[in-house]
Design a binder for this molecule. Structure first.
Ligand code: HEC
Length: 194
Protein backbone atom coordinates (compact mmCIF):
# COMPACT_ATOMS: atom_id res chain seq x y z
CA UNK A 1 0.00 0.00 0.00
CA UNK A 2 1.20 3.50 -0.71
CA UNK A 3 0.74 4.92 2.81
CA UNK A 4 0.81 8.60 1.84
CA UNK A 5 -1.61 8.29 -1.04
CA UNK A 6 -3.91 6.12 0.98
CA UNK A 7 -3.91 8.59 3.87
CA UNK A 8 -4.74 11.42 1.46
CA UNK A 9 -7.59 9.39 -0.03
CA UNK A 10 -8.95 8.62 3.44
CA UNK A 11 -8.72 12.26 4.45
CA UNK A 12 -10.86 13.17 1.43
CA UNK A 13 -13.49 10.64 2.43
CA UNK A 14 -13.45 11.87 6.01
CA UNK A 15 -13.69 15.47 4.91
CA UNK A 16 -16.71 14.74 2.71
CA UNK A 17 -18.31 12.87 5.58
CA UNK A 18 -17.77 15.87 7.84
CA UNK A 19 -19.08 18.36 5.32
CA UNK A 20 -22.07 16.44 4.07
CA UNK A 21 -22.70 13.92 6.81
CA UNK A 22 -23.43 14.23 10.49
CA UNK A 23 -21.85 17.63 11.07
CA UNK A 24 -25.05 19.27 12.31
CA UNK A 25 -26.02 16.48 14.70
CA UNK A 26 -22.49 16.44 16.15
CA UNK A 27 -22.52 20.17 16.81
CA UNK A 28 -25.95 19.96 18.46
CA UNK A 29 -24.58 17.54 21.07
CA UNK A 30 -21.56 19.68 22.01
CA UNK A 31 -21.60 22.34 24.73
CA UNK A 32 -22.48 25.65 23.10
CA UNK A 33 -19.86 28.33 22.49
CA UNK A 34 -19.42 30.48 25.60
CA UNK A 35 -20.85 27.84 27.92
CA UNK A 36 -18.27 26.83 30.57
CA UNK A 37 -17.14 23.21 30.24
CA UNK A 38 -17.96 21.17 33.34
CA UNK A 39 -15.41 18.79 34.88
CA UNK A 40 -17.53 15.94 33.47
CA UNK A 41 -17.20 17.40 29.95
CA UNK A 42 -13.44 17.61 30.38
CA UNK A 43 -13.12 14.09 31.83
CA UNK A 44 -15.10 12.67 28.91
CA UNK A 45 -12.54 14.00 26.46
CA UNK A 46 -9.36 13.70 28.50
CA UNK A 47 -8.54 10.05 28.13
CA UNK A 48 -5.01 10.23 26.78
CA UNK A 49 -2.82 7.49 28.23
CA UNK A 50 0.56 8.81 29.37
CA UNK A 51 3.93 7.05 29.07
CA UNK A 52 3.84 5.96 32.73
CA UNK A 53 0.43 4.34 32.21
CA UNK A 54 -1.69 7.12 33.77
CA UNK A 55 -5.28 6.80 32.48
CA UNK A 56 -4.93 3.22 31.28
CA UNK A 57 -8.40 1.66 31.57
CA UNK A 58 -9.52 -1.66 33.11
CA UNK A 59 -9.45 -4.72 30.86
CA UNK A 60 -6.77 -7.18 29.81
CA UNK A 61 -5.52 -9.15 26.84
CA UNK A 62 -2.78 -11.36 25.39
CA UNK A 63 -1.13 -11.76 22.01
CA UNK A 64 -3.05 -15.02 21.50
CA UNK A 65 -6.36 -13.13 21.29
CA UNK A 66 -4.58 -10.25 19.56
CA UNK A 67 -3.55 -12.46 16.62
CA UNK A 68 -7.17 -13.04 15.62
CA UNK A 69 -8.11 -9.43 16.16
CA UNK A 70 -5.15 -8.34 14.04
CA UNK A 71 -6.24 -10.63 11.23
CA UNK A 72 -9.80 -9.27 11.27
CA UNK A 73 -9.13 -5.58 11.86
CA UNK A 74 -5.60 -4.68 10.83
CA UNK A 75 -4.08 -7.08 8.31
CA UNK A 76 -5.90 -5.52 5.37
CA UNK A 77 -3.59 -2.52 5.68
CA UNK A 78 -0.60 -3.73 7.74
CA UNK A 79 1.77 -6.54 6.85
CA UNK A 80 2.11 -9.37 9.30
CA UNK A 81 5.70 -10.67 9.39
CA UNK A 82 7.15 -13.25 9.27
CA UNK A 83 4.26 -14.40 7.04
CA UNK A 84 4.98 -11.47 4.73
CA UNK A 85 8.37 -9.75 4.54
CA UNK A 86 8.54 -6.13 5.68
CA UNK A 87 9.66 -3.58 3.13
CA UNK A 88 12.21 -0.87 3.67
CA UNK A 89 10.49 1.62 1.36
CA UNK A 90 9.68 4.70 3.50
CA UNK A 91 6.47 5.16 1.44
CA UNK A 92 5.25 1.95 2.99
CA UNK A 93 6.42 2.74 6.49
CA UNK A 94 2.88 2.88 7.86
CA UNK A 95 2.36 -0.69 6.70
CA UNK A 96 5.20 -1.97 8.78
CA UNK A 97 4.61 -2.41 12.48
CA UNK A 98 7.20 -5.10 13.16
CA UNK A 99 10.96 -5.51 12.88
CA UNK A 100 13.62 -2.94 12.03
CA UNK A 101 15.33 -3.54 15.38
CA UNK A 102 18.77 -1.93 15.57
CA UNK A 103 18.28 0.01 12.31
CA UNK A 104 17.49 3.42 13.88
CA UNK A 105 20.36 5.82 13.26
CA UNK A 106 21.68 3.73 10.34
CA UNK A 107 21.25 4.22 6.57
CA UNK A 108 18.64 1.47 6.41
CA UNK A 109 16.57 2.96 9.25
CA UNK A 110 13.14 1.35 9.61
CA UNK A 111 10.98 2.91 12.32
CA UNK A 112 8.37 0.49 13.62
CA UNK A 113 6.52 0.06 16.90
CA UNK A 114 9.27 -2.36 17.92
CA UNK A 115 12.35 -0.49 16.73
CA UNK A 116 11.36 3.13 17.38
CA UNK A 117 8.55 3.71 19.86
CA UNK A 118 9.91 4.56 23.33
CA UNK A 119 6.90 3.62 25.49
CA UNK A 120 4.61 0.62 25.61
CA UNK A 121 1.66 2.50 27.16
CA UNK A 122 1.52 4.95 24.28
CA UNK A 123 1.20 2.06 21.81
CA UNK A 124 -2.13 1.28 23.50
CA UNK A 125 -3.02 5.00 23.48
CA UNK A 126 -2.33 5.42 19.76
CA UNK A 127 -3.96 2.20 18.58
CA UNK A 128 -7.15 2.85 20.60
CA UNK A 129 -7.31 6.49 19.51
CA UNK A 130 -6.54 5.96 15.81
CA UNK A 131 -7.06 2.33 14.69
CA UNK A 132 -8.59 0.59 12.85
CA UNK A 133 -8.07 3.55 10.54
CA UNK A 134 -11.67 3.52 9.31
CA UNK A 135 -13.22 2.90 12.76
CA UNK A 136 -11.06 4.25 15.60
CA UNK A 137 -12.17 3.40 19.16
CA UNK A 138 -14.58 0.78 17.82
CA UNK A 139 -13.10 -2.11 19.84
CA UNK A 140 -13.27 -2.82 23.58
CA UNK A 141 -10.44 -1.87 25.94
CA UNK A 142 -9.59 -5.58 26.39
CA UNK A 143 -9.38 -5.97 22.62
CA UNK A 144 -7.00 -3.00 22.47
CA UNK A 145 -4.90 -4.61 25.23
CA UNK A 146 -4.79 -7.81 23.15
CA UNK A 147 -3.76 -5.93 20.00
CA UNK A 148 -1.06 -4.06 21.94
CA UNK A 149 0.15 -7.39 23.33
CA UNK A 150 0.26 -8.80 19.79
CA UNK A 151 2.32 -5.86 18.50
CA UNK A 152 4.76 -6.27 21.41
CA UNK A 153 4.92 -10.06 21.07
CA UNK A 154 5.56 -10.01 17.32
CA UNK A 155 8.35 -7.53 17.96
CA UNK A 156 9.98 -9.99 20.38
CA UNK A 157 9.38 -7.73 23.40
CA UNK A 158 6.96 -9.89 25.47
CA UNK A 159 5.91 -13.54 25.51
CA UNK A 160 2.81 -14.78 23.69
CA UNK A 161 0.89 -15.46 26.92
CA UNK A 162 1.95 -12.41 28.91
CA UNK A 163 -1.21 -10.66 30.11
CA UNK A 164 -1.29 -6.96 29.36
CA UNK A 165 -3.37 -4.74 31.64
CA UNK A 166 -3.06 -1.35 33.30
CA UNK A 167 -0.40 -2.64 35.73
CA UNK A 168 1.72 -4.85 33.47
CA UNK A 169 1.73 -2.80 30.24
CA UNK A 170 3.59 0.30 31.49
CA UNK A 171 6.29 -1.95 32.99
CA UNK A 172 7.21 -3.29 29.54
CA UNK A 173 10.43 -1.59 28.46
CA UNK A 174 10.77 -0.77 24.77
CA UNK A 175 14.11 -1.39 23.00
CA UNK A 176 14.44 2.28 21.93
CA UNK A 177 13.44 3.82 25.29
CA UNK A 178 16.74 5.74 25.53
CA UNK A 179 16.67 6.99 21.94
CA UNK A 180 14.90 10.32 22.63
CA UNK A 181 15.77 13.66 24.27
CA UNK A 182 13.22 16.24 25.43
CA UNK A 183 12.79 19.30 23.25
CA UNK A 184 10.75 20.84 26.11
CA UNK A 185 12.68 20.35 29.37
CA UNK A 186 10.29 22.73 31.15
CA UNK A 187 7.53 20.10 30.89
CA UNK A 188 6.92 18.38 34.27
CA UNK A 189 9.25 15.41 34.62
CA UNK A 190 6.60 12.72 34.40
CA UNK A 191 5.45 13.88 30.95
CA UNK A 192 8.94 14.25 29.49
CA UNK A 193 10.20 11.77 26.97
CA UNK A 194 13.64 11.84 28.66
C1 HEC B 1 -7.81 0.94 6.45
C2 HEC B 1 -6.38 0.73 6.66
C3 HEC B 1 -5.89 0.50 8.07
C4 HEC B 1 -6.37 -0.42 8.98
C5 HEC B 1 -7.52 -1.40 8.81
C6 HEC B 1 -5.53 -0.30 10.13
N1 HEC B 1 -4.57 0.63 9.94
FE1 HEC B 1 -3.07 1.13 11.24
N2 HEC B 1 -2.45 2.61 9.97
C7 HEC B 1 -3.03 2.89 8.74
C8 HEC B 1 -2.41 4.11 8.21
C9 HEC B 1 -2.78 4.78 6.88
C10 HEC B 1 -1.45 4.51 9.16
C11 HEC B 1 -0.59 5.77 9.13
C12 HEC B 1 -1.41 6.84 9.80
C13 HEC B 1 -0.73 8.16 9.92
O1 HEC B 1 0.50 8.23 9.84
O2 HEC B 1 -1.46 9.15 10.16
C14 HEC B 1 -1.49 3.54 10.24
C15 HEC B 1 -0.64 3.58 11.34
C16 HEC B 1 -0.64 2.62 12.36
C17 HEC B 1 0.32 2.59 13.45
C18 HEC B 1 1.48 3.55 13.66
C19 HEC B 1 2.68 3.04 12.91
C20 HEC B 1 3.90 3.91 13.17
O3 HEC B 1 4.93 3.38 13.63
O4 HEC B 1 3.83 5.13 12.94
C21 HEC B 1 -0.02 1.53 14.25
C22 HEC B 1 0.68 1.09 15.53
C23 HEC B 1 -1.19 0.90 13.65
N3 HEC B 1 -1.53 1.59 12.50
C24 HEC B 1 -1.82 -0.20 14.16
C25 HEC B 1 -3.01 -0.72 13.63
C26 HEC B 1 -3.78 -1.78 14.28
C27 HEC B 1 -3.38 -2.48 15.56
C28 HEC B 1 -4.87 -1.99 13.48
C29 HEC B 1 -6.02 -2.93 13.74
C30 HEC B 1 -6.79 -2.66 14.96
C31 HEC B 1 -4.78 -1.09 12.34
N4 HEC B 1 -3.64 -0.34 12.47
C32 HEC B 1 -5.68 -1.06 11.29
C33 HEC B 1 -4.01 2.17 8.10
C34 HEC B 1 -4.76 1.17 8.70
Amino acid sequence: MQGGKFAMYMRKILLSALLFGGAQTTIAQEPQFGEPATQADIDKRFWAVFPDGENLPDGQGTAVAGAMLFEDNCHACHKNPPDEPSELDPEDAADVLFGGHGTIGTDGSLATVGSYWPYSATVFNYVRRAMPYTAPMSLTNSEYYSLTAYLLYKNGIIEENTVMDKDSLPKVEMPNKDGFVSAYPEIPEKYRTK
